[in-house]
Design a protein around this ligand. Structure first.
Ligand SMILES: [Zn+2]
Length: 110
């Protein structure tokens, strides 16, 4: 059995605790060229992967905005802000961010 190492921090990777992430900062291929092999990363480095964070942030912005409008739209449009909104709205954006990140890590786990 060959041991594998995190592409970023060079720590040894344990089975089930490594993540194969695409686009580790290398330029994108164009014109039908084969995509580069995914980078294997440990959990700590996977959580700092720029592409993963960008996708999770985009999901959070879209889904969080929709959920905020659905749940708090009437309050916001009526300009009846209460103190609970100051934690409810940020939490509404955090949930899809965490779900998207968890899903990406689950789907790329090796
Ligand atoms: Zn690492």
């Amino acid at each position: 059995m060959s041991s594998q190492y995190c592409e970023r921090c060079k720590q040894p990777l344990r089975p089930g605790r490594s993540f194969a992430l695409q686009g580790g900062g290398s330029p994108r291929t164009r014109g039908g060229a084969a995509p580069p092999a995914p980078d294997l990363r440990c959990l700590k480095c996977a959580l700092r992967h720029r592409g993963l964070l960008r996708r999770s942030l985009m999901v959070s912005l879209v889904v969080g905005t929709i959920l905020t409008l659905l749940n708090q739209g009437d309050t916001l449009l009526a300009a009846r802000w209460n103190n609970a909104l100051y934690w409810q709205i940020p939490l509404t954006y955090c949930v899809p961010f965490l779900v998207a990140t968890y899903g990406a890590l689950t789907n790329t786990r090796k």
